[in-house]
Structures are given as structure tokens and as C-alpha cells.
Design a protein around this ligand. Structure first.
Ligand code: 1GP
Length: 254
């Protein structure tokens, strides 16, 4: 697949989408097969697989298991270059542009580049921006970076513009998994004004209302992880929030 082309065409036609993030480390904590089939039933557009820290090496088995159940694209959302797996469809090549840790801006990318070049994976360069979530999340600790202030939309807008000018194809605003507060609507709206790339928003979206707010503010794709693990009833709420924006039928671009 070509994830960037899919998201750009969705954006042009005003279609919103959602991804279910499956964390390989939490696979023992919920019914994985059931979660995948419920996500498919509620028409999740993508599966994201990954996390900042993976301690149980079941990521590959997870991808294979998703593939057995559905054709829904599987996108790797890597924490580092150990998380590359050629059995997925796409990989978000994240450059953590909200931070000033050279290893996550370019260092890991140099190490991964030869493998990625011959992997056959659809590689999507992504301007990855962490936004302060009110408390430290795993990603802010592991990345050793300071997140963007949640109440400074102008700083977020300039950061996103820089990412776009550097040629990054997606803009991803993340409050971090399990964030106490999601990325504020004002900040999403400022970034929406600033860039033409598709915008991905995730972290702490644990209700249909929060999903709706993020989409209304300008998110094209929202990512839901923790919330679904903790509350199976969240999926229909998210699906309803997304489909409330998708009233006109659009051409499928896969
Ligand atoms: C985190 O954007 C993802 O990187 C999803 O976060 O697990 O809080 O939904 P949640």
C-alpha cells in the first residue's frame, strides 16, 4: 500500500479515519483476537502495531495473527530500529521533531536505512510531535525529550511547518499512550492551519467525544490504543464519531 497517498486522498475528500493501536507488550492483558475482530467489525481503517518499549518479543506473531484475520493494513509504529518487521504493510519513519534528541531525529534512521531500503515496506516519513500530557508518559521518558507545551499552539504550528518543509509526509501529534489529557483542540487547529499534510492525532482519546473533538479540530486520522484495551465499548463510540464526518461516499483508494 501507499499510506501517504491513501491519507492524502482521504484528506482531499474530507474523509476521516481511525487506527487501532495494538501494543505487543499488553497482548496478555486483553483478548487480542477478539479485539482485532471487533475493530474489523467497526471498520477500523488501520492497525498500528508498536510502542516505545517492547519487552515481550511477540510483535511479529501479532502482525502475522492480524494478517490471518483481516486485510486491514498493518502499520508499524516503531519505538526504535529493533521494531522493524517486513511482514507489515507500512512503517512510520518517525522523526521526533518536538524534541532535541539527535538519535531520534536522525540517528536511528541512519542505522535502519539499509534495512528499510530493501525491506519492501511502504515507508512513511513522519513529523512526530509529542505534546505535554499533564504527566510523564513512557514515550517522554524513553525518548529523553521535552514535549511541546500543550498551551502554546504557535510553537506546535512552527514545529509542524518545519517538518513539512523538511519533506516529512505526515504530521503526528501524540500526547503519549494513556495520556491523562489528549492533544488540545486549539493546538490541533493551529497545526491544521499551518500544514497541508495529513494530521494524525493520538494519546488519551478514550471517549467518542474526545475523538469527535480531535477530528473536528482538524485531525484526519485518530489513533486509539489504551482506551480500547480498558473499555471494549469504546470502539462503537469511536466508529460513530468518525463516521459522523464521513457522510458522502468516497472512492476507495486501496
Ligand atoms: C500513543 O497515539 C497513541 O502513541 C495512542 O494512545 O494508547 O492513549 O490511545 P492511547
Amino acid at each position: 500500500i501507499n499510506l501517504s497517498a491513501i491519507l492524502n486522498s482521504y484528506k482531499e475528500s474530507g474523509r476521516k479515519s481511525f487506527a487501532v493501536l495494538l501494543d505487543p507488550d499488553k497482548v496478555g492483558q486483553y483478548d487480542f483476537t477478539e479485539t482485532v475482530s471487533r475493530a474489523v467489525a467497526h471498520q477500523a481503517d488501520f492497525f498500528f502495531v508498536g510502542g516505545s518499549l517492547i519487552t515481550d518479543y511477540v510483535q511479529h506473531e501479532m502482525i502475522v495473527a492480524i494478517r490471518k484475520q483481516t486485510d486491514t493494513p498493518v502499520i508499524i509504529f516503531p519505538g526504535n530500529s529493533l521494531h522493524i518487521d517486513v511482514s507489515a504493510d507500512s512503517l512510520l519513519l518517525l522523526s521526533l521533531i518536538s524534541g532535541r534528541n539527535p538519535d531520534l531525529l536522525i540517528g536511528q534512521h541512519v542505522i535502519a536505512a539499509p534495512l528499510l531500503k530493501r525491506s519492501g515496506l511502504d515507508i512513511v516519513s513522519t513529523a512526530y510531535m509529542l505534546v505535554d500530557a499533564g504527566a510523564q508518559t513512557t514515550v517522554s521518558y524513553i525518548s529523553n525529550t521535552m514535549p511541546l507545551p500543550h498551551d502554546k499552539p504557535g510553537v506546535a504550528a512552527c514545529t509542524a511547518m518545519a517538518g513539512e518543509l523538511l519533506g516529512l509526509k505526515l504530521t503526528y501529534l501524540d500526547a503519549g499512550s494513556g495520556a491523562r489529557r489528549p492533544v488540545p483542540a486549539t493546538l490541533i487547529a493551529a497545526v491544521r492551519e499551518a500544514v497541508d499534510t495529513p494530521i494524525v492525532v493520538g494519546g488519551g482519546i478514550n471517549s467518542g467525544e474526545k475523538a469527535y473533538e480531535a477530528l473536528k479540530a482538524g485531525a484526519d486520522l485518530i489513533v486509539i490504543g489504551n482506551g480500547i484495551e480498558q473499555n471494549p465499548d469504546l470502539l462503537p463510540e469511536i466508529a460513530a464519531a468518525v463516521s459522523s464526518f464521513n457522510t458522502k461516499p468516497v472512492q476507495d483508494f486501496q
